[in-house]
Design a protein around this ligand. Sequence first.
Ligand SMILES: [Zn+2]
Length: 693
Amino acid sequence: MRLSLLTTSFLAAPVLLAGCAHNASLPAAPVEAAPVTEPDPAPQPEKPKPVYGSYGFDTAGMDPAIKPGDDFYNYANGAWAKNTPIPADKSNYGSFNILDDNAKKQTHAILDAAKGDPNSKIGTAYATYLDTAAIDGKGLAPAKPWLDQIKALTAKAGYPALAAAARRNGVGVPFATYVGQDDKEPEVYALSLYQAGLGMPDRDYYLSKDAKFVETKTAYLKHLTNVLTLAGEPNATARAQAIVDFETKIAGVQWTRVESRDATKTYNKMTVAQLQKSAPGFDFKAFFAAGKTPVENVIVGQPSAVAGIARLIQQAPLAVLKDQLLVRTLDNFADVLPSAFDKEQFAFYGTTLSGTPEQEVRWKRAVDFTTGALADDVSQVYVAKYFPPETKAAADQLVKNVIAAMDRRIDKLEWMAPETKVKAHEKLAAFKPKIGYPDHWQDYAALTITPGDAFGNNVRANNWQYDDNVSKLGQPIRRWEWGMTPMTINAYANFGMVEIVFPAAILQPPFFDPNADPAVNYGGIGAVIGHELSHHFDDQGAKYDKEGRLTDWWTPADVKAFKARTDALVAQYDQYEPLPGMHVKGALTLGENVADLAGLTVAHDAYKASLNGQASPVLDGTTGDQRFYQGWAQVWRRNYREANLRQRLLTDPHSPSQQRAWVVRNLDPWYGAYNPDPATKLFLTPDKRVRIW
Ligand SMILES: [Zn+2]
């Protein structure tokens, strides 16, 4: 499954699932309250006020000393950025987190009410996770049967089956598998196989000679040593070093993220026999069979990396393979093991990798755990309580307006052949928006949640998710399925489903406020809708046709003209240097930058169309177009800790928020709205502005 998200909210997870992101969760702060209205001497029915400012934008957060043409992000957000500290339990903080904190508080109230009810699965899962005294009291005993299973392995021939069991338990192994739509046969589910096997977020953390990354690698070695020591294992230092050496070799054969985001290069369907032959050293047939996926064909994401990792497994001593499973288990389940493991895990993954000084309080983590394990059970209560039907109706209309704007824009394109335009219109007509929450919920009857067994609950929840995923093989496509909960502050595009998805919780201020001026809403949620829509026409999404099939439906001349434009966008973003010596990777972030550029373009068209030929009013001295771009800048408010930003620059397909806000420099109406001086930093002459859709 290829999902393109609006934002990456959570990083530095010890297990990185290639090609798929579920349950994006954000770490916390006070929610903006609606401004108190002055008592009116003669009370009259009054239009409700927006949450932010007088028309939906927080003007107090601007820095008027900065010229919009020099730095549009800080012009709109500079005072906010200066005056808003990052809470101690977060690696970054902005509009997404403010809403996430709010959703988490609401979910907290739901779970707190459920936790006294012994018949409530969500209540039991939540209460059990909260009870750290009980978790501490048990020591490593709950994990012992699984740890013993790892230790009992004496022959390498048994490793593929053990790795499959680890994967089902939610423990990262050198290969990732996933059942999703076959890109070239979207009516059928298929098994995909990807490179994996790293305990740090990216191959560069192992391979880079940059001092910061060398330092982090040393901290990783120390971390693994500490984990083994805490578990009472002898020779911890030497064994940790062997794991780091093994993973460094894996990093050396892995594809880069830029290579891995290419939908064409990563589609390599073959028989398992062909895979065995091309990647000797690891018994994939046994691995798939033990993982309940006894397939004949598999789609291999990165063939040379998979072959390289198979070879490295063959060369590695069995003890190193077992130790890797051991440390990965202790890290992945650290939150349901004694607190010494939890603290050690956070010190590396939270503080070293992301710069976060303090761990979140337990109830927030318990909300995350329960929402992850029993997502739909929690979601059903959440939407019934917190999602007004009027919001869905308003969002439906906005989505229609933005799709209509994209439709008109396709007609105007100078670089696309007429026959391709016909197909592009057909693809647009095939779009299925999902708004708010699913119309069908998962059933967790097969998942046992036991009071007092936090570790077991976690393992069984992972087993349930794995089993549910692999059970799709041979079954009809689940068109009803969502890749995010309604509480998630995010949105996504799914190429195979030809769908765009907007969870309930993002349909709130500052993204969408029914009481805000429409220009602000079009610059906020309108541009988010445009962004997701445009993903289906970005450098990868455009390869999928109206049925979600990966195929060539463009003429060669279209492809060439499109590439010339996207190359210019890559070059533009490559210039940005958010940290000294570290640039934005234009090729890694291309899909997101195309989606921002096109999304903001069509949202502006939709805003103009919504005015029905009338002039937009001037509010507080601000024009409609100015408010539109303010709305865009406001949703990207975000402060980062340095380590988090460094990690994002390597791993995140999204550009940092400041650079996302700067995409306006390519848009003619922005020049009309702010009239920037040609000497300002963002100013581009019309021939240098990138225009794609
Ligand atoms: Zn996106």
